[in-house]
Design a protein around this ligand. Structure first.
Ligand SMILES: Cc1cc2nc3c(=O)[nH]c(=O)nc-3n(C[C@H](O)[C@H](O)[C@H](O)COP(=O)(O)O)c2cc1C
Length: 199
């Protein structure tokens, strides 16, 4: 069983809807640890040694956050700048993160159709995730197709809302239990597409 660490960043969890739904759905899941950066570091003063120790105890690192200005909330960037340091995460003999998997779990305000050339966001969502993908690659990590939850605020049907969380739970369980062969993971742009393959 793979051990999953969720590095969660949301500066206003009290008013969040999408991320709360996702977190509720995975509450208590065996082998999954949620690490809330804003809760641990309200002053943004990140304990690098502690974060690196946490990383070493896990195989799949999930970065769960809302998309903010086509990127991540500030604390995650601070976390990346400090924790993924030279000699630890990258550099000639750095191999602390080698072989671990990186999963971006993103919620967006923009609808799927806004993320294309003709849409108001002008580009596919994956273009905006490139800095994360390349960071994963430089650290020797395997980039997984991202889990994306678009425009949650527009979903009114209670069952559809619940299903978003359940999809997340199901996919994390499958990753934890190594149910997706690597070649199948590599074939898909989005993690949720794998649910269609399975059903
Ligand atoms: C500061 C800020 C920046 C945002 N930037 C984007 C963005 O670049 N693209 C997008 O689709 N949504 C953007 N949004 C919308 C959020 O991604 C969306 O409200 C969030 O994912 C919903 O999740 P939540 O209910 O857990 O907060 C932004 C919201 C805020 C507050």
């Amino acid at each position: 069983m793979k051990r999953i660490l969720i590095i969660f960043s949301h500066p206003a969890l009290q008013s969040a809807r999408a991320n709360k739904q996702l977190l509720q759905a995975i509450e208590g899941l065996e082998g999954v640890k949620v690490h809330d950066l804003y809760q641990h570091y309200p002053d943004m003063f990140i304990d690098v040694a502690r974060e690196q120790a946490l990383l070493s105890e896990h195989d799949i690192i999930v970065f769960q956050h809302p998309l903010y200005w086509y990127s991540c909330p500030a604390i995650m960037k601070e976390w990346m700048d400090l924790v993924l340091e030279y000699g630890y995460a990258y550099g000639p003999s750095a191999n602390a993160l080698k072989g671990k998997q990186w999963l971006s779990a993103i919620t967006t305000g923009g609808a799927p159709e806004s993320y294309c050339r003709e849409g108001y966001n002008s580009r596919p969502l994956l273009d905006f995730l490139l800095p994360f993908q390349q960071t994963a690659q430089l650290c020797g990590m395997t980039w997984l197709p991202p889990f994306v939850l678009h425009s949650f605020h527009k979903i009114k049907d209670q069952e559809a809302l619940r299903r978003c969380g359940q999809d997340y739970r199901q996919l994390l369980c499958a990753l934890r239990d190594e149910q997706f062969p690597p070649e199948q993971l590599a074939e898909h742009l989005y993690l949720r597409d794998l649910l269609e393959v399975r059903s």
